[in-house]
Ligand binder design. Structure first.
Ligand SMILES: [Ca+2]
Ligand SMILES: [Ca+2]
Ligand SMILES: [Ca+2]
Length: 281
């Protein structure tokens, strides 16, 4: 009676291991927000959580979002955005890093600093009205933490809105696990001048994402209205969406027969407890 149950468990564990490279991609591109909203909504639905943000961009404890729009003027163009703003000032469990010189969120209308980083013919906002860019670099690394702490964490999904992607094969998101191994990479769809692109990756087979690297075009922004080089193409970002960062203790890692054996023993013990009427853990 117990042998068939154990066999089913073993087969399930091996199937999970074989599928360990599985990521589901959500992507679309077009001239305006309407062109990518359905894809953004599908990504939201896959991760979980509602549509109304609670404190610190938390959606039911399942998902976090950053639309940059609540960043105060003191931390927006022409001022830099602190790399840990979204784990300290507004604790959402992400800290940024870049080989460039920092990060910037675009200015709101009505001030002395031009909106859209000073490129009104190239950029538009997806969520009104602030955008995000690294300064002096096309690379932004996003590392995950238990929100508001220095405890490293992982997530199962990350997606972003890109603005003004005009060159294929340049802008992309790369996903790295806890061992800094690249586990998934995907290029951002071209949207054309001033267009919007959405790209999200959702790991549905137990992979855990410790960091993502965003490559946004080949050019860079060094200051409002100033590009860093003559290359096409300059690209910035709007909304970031990701599954709630946390620990992965509930994720099985069938990395050896020994672990499988331990798991089988625990499974059978649990089954016996259950059969005896005791509650499950
Ligand atoms: Ca452009
Ligand atoms: Ca925005
Ligand atoms: Ca561009």
């Amino acid at each position: 009676m117990k042998l068939p149950i154990a066999s089913v468990f073993l087969a399930g564990a091996l199937a999970s291991q074989a599928a360990s490279a599985a990521f589901i991609t959500f992507e679309s591109a077009g001239p305006n927000a309407a062109a990518i909203t359905a894809t953004r909504d599908a990504f939201r639905g896959a991760i979980g959580g509602g549509t109304v943000a609670g404190a610190n961009g938390s959606f039911g404890g399942l998902r976090r979002e950053i639309n940059w729009d609540g960043v105060p003027d003191a931390f927006a163009d022409p001022n830099a955005l602190p790399a840990n703003f979204f784990n300290v000032n507004s604790p959402r469990g992400v800290v940024f890093s870049t080989p460039g010189t920092g990060f910037m969120v675009s200015a709101n209308a009505g001030g002395s600093t031009p909106t859209l980083f000073g490129f009104p013919s190239d950029f538009q906002a997806f969520s009104a009205q602030r955008l995000f860019t690294a300064i002096n670099s096309n690379t932004t690394d996003v590392t995950f933490f238990n929100p508001g702490t220095n405890t490293a964490a992982t997530t199962s999904a990350f997606g972003a809105v890109f603005v003004d992607v005009e060159a294929a094969g340049v802008s992309r998101i790369q996903f790295f696990d806890e061992n800094n191994v690249l586990i998934y990479s995907h290029d951002v769809l071209v949207a054309g001048n001033q267009g919007l692109s959405f790209l999200g990756g959702f790991a549905n087979a137990g992979e855990r994402i410790a960091r993502v690297r965003i490559t946004s075009g080949l050019n860079t922004i060094t200051a409002n209205g100033v590009l860093g080089n003559p290359n096409d193409d300059v690209v910035v970002m709007d909304d970031f969406l990701y599954a709630e960062p946390g620990q992965a203790e509930d994720v099985p890692e069938p990395s050896s027969i020994a672990l499988l054996a331990i798991g089988l023993a625990g499974c059978l013990a649990s089954l016996r407890r259950n059969a005896s009427g005791l509650p499950r853990d």
